[in-house]
Write a protein that binds this ligand. Sequence first.
Ligand code: FES
Ligand code: FES
Length: 157
Amino acid sequence: MAKIDLRVNGETHTLEADPGMPLLWALRDLLHLRGTKYGCGIAACGACTVHLNGAAVRACMLPLSAAVGAEVTTIEGLGGNHPVQQAWIAEQVPQCGYCQSGQIMQATALLAANPSPSREQIRTGMAGVLCRCGTYLRIEAAIQRAADALRPQDDPA
Ligand code: FES
Ligand code: FES
């Protein structure tokens, strides 16, 4: 066990934890941020996706020690009115909902890196986040809608 300072959603938390503990455990069990889900535990499904300094990472395989000094953002950190979340609502994306926080975190990272992704780029960028309910077409539509909403008005791309 060690004292670990972790930055999550703009706040610093001091945790008593094993530095080798997966970040996902710390988020869910120590900080009670339960929007991030456990799916496979082996970085194969994307349900646990969060941002580390803005990049999408799988929290189930990332040791807590790797997040020290970085800015972690979870689905709670998007706040609910983020354009990607609004697009998800408008396109009625979720079915059971279990995968959707991971989908949204992957999508926000994708749009930050590429504000005007093609359909192919969306498919490639989202390929690592699985949805057992098969909401993929609605996810694509929501990402295109969010890209339109995020694009500056004078940029026709
Ligand atoms: S729970 Fe982390 S990728 Fe599946
Ligand atoms: S909405 Fe059910 S797993 Fe994706």
